[in-house]
Design a protein around this ligand. Sequence first.
Ligand SMILES: [Zn+2]
Ligand SMILES: [Zn+2]
Length: 533
Amino acid sequence: MIKITCLGAAGTVTGSNYLVEDSRGKRILVDCGLFQGGKQTEWRNTAPWGFDPKEIDTLLLTHAHIDHSGRIPKLVKDGFRGRILTSPPTAQLCEVMLLDAGHVQEMDAEWQTRRNKRRSKKGIEPLYTVEDAQKSLQYFSPVEENRIIDIETGMKTRFINAGHILGSSSIAVWIEDEGTPVKIAFSGDIGKNSQLIIKDPAKITEADYLFIESTYGNRLHRSFKDSEAEFLEAIQYAVSNNEKVIIPAFAVERTQEILYILGEFQREGSLPDIPIYLDSPLAIKATEIFRKNKKYYDEEAMAIVNQGFDPFDMPNLKFTPSTEESMAINQRAGSAIVIAGSGMCTAGRIKHHLKHNLWREGASVVIVGFQAMGTTGRRIVDGEKRVRVFGEDVAVAAKVFTIGGFSAHADQKGLMEWASHFAAARPRVFVTHGEATASETLADKLRKDLNLDAYVPTLGETLILEPQQVTRAPVVAPTPEDLQQVMQGTVITLEKELEELKRRLTAKGGRIQESDIDRLREIEEDLRMILPE
Ligand SMILES: [Zn+2]
Ligand SMILES: [Zn+2]
């Protein structure tokens, strides 16, 4: 029998990681992503793996997004020495993304350490460093799509275009289960039909078991045309107020799509004559990788190339890789379009642009991607009047445009259409990579509309695939005990701090100082980080 343990992206969208085990006990991984979105989720990044990385010979990687690839450097740091099979563009994108992720981890740990020192607490080790990320790159082994590749005796795989981002794949795995071949399909993240730049998702029609993502399992996107019109409106709104348009964007795919759309606006004459800044070293590098991989473009993107244009360039576009150039953007008054990362506003240069523009009436903030729970981006989308940026409260006075139609994910309709190709093969379906209601809604629809046996596994659940049935082993993966410890530790520390503050305030002549208010803000933030949404 085959066992599959859902060690990430089950009941949540981040941290994708499946452990697949055949009847001989041979183990491979599918994806190795980072959990993202506040301590409620991110404690899992440091929790035990649920397997020994030294024993894994093969990791199959669907695509370069950090929630699918971001724990690879940690996997290697913890002993993995096998092969990482993935598409050539994914390998190229991972090179820039994992090095960047290592840098982010180092900066985060440094910031947390400084903060802890002020409160005489221990320093924090980064999850992994730039050096760890660098070391992990040697294990990448690119494979072409649509070819059947031997993983080892009794195990084969094939990568199929998932149409989500450059190089993204769905993955089929064939395993000999005591003489019977069993086919398991992992959807990866599925793109939408007629997505810009890259080709539409390819059809898969057969599988015994199917793991399908459900990011937008309960939602429909607005049409692309409506979204384009709304985007133009967001630009015109800020331009008419002589303010900036701030676009938090994922460095890979979303940024290139935004450039592509701006290029179209520019060629058709609807784009106001204002500077456009791509203010993200990572997105700049990713754009170069897009330029090098034209063979993955769809017909429309190739038509632009054949007319002599670069789909990611226009006369007003400036790349601002250096910090000085980035800072100069906010010193310059007047309208401009600024594209920066991170996509969920949790790190990177976008935080500076939000600090300078979020409170400005007349500015636009254009949200073009999925915002996970617990992130600053999610708070902005949810209409909070104030958000924390660099430890300060910033009022949200800019107009927020949430544009769903640019998503790189299929919506409910797209997911159902992709799944409908399996209707004849009738695989057992496991719905993953979604927040609980999204996954449940999609599972329900798969049962009702396609008559498929669909189930939503919980995080850490092992599915035992036997010919006639699927049994579910009790959850053995990391339990929330680590989170309990984090919560307890925080409560105890905060109690001490409040005790100290109380002592000073109740002493004769005690007054609340500016520094006390800062401290109270930090306490508020600490509480927020350990509390569920
Ligand atoms: Zn993705
Ligand atoms: Zn994903």
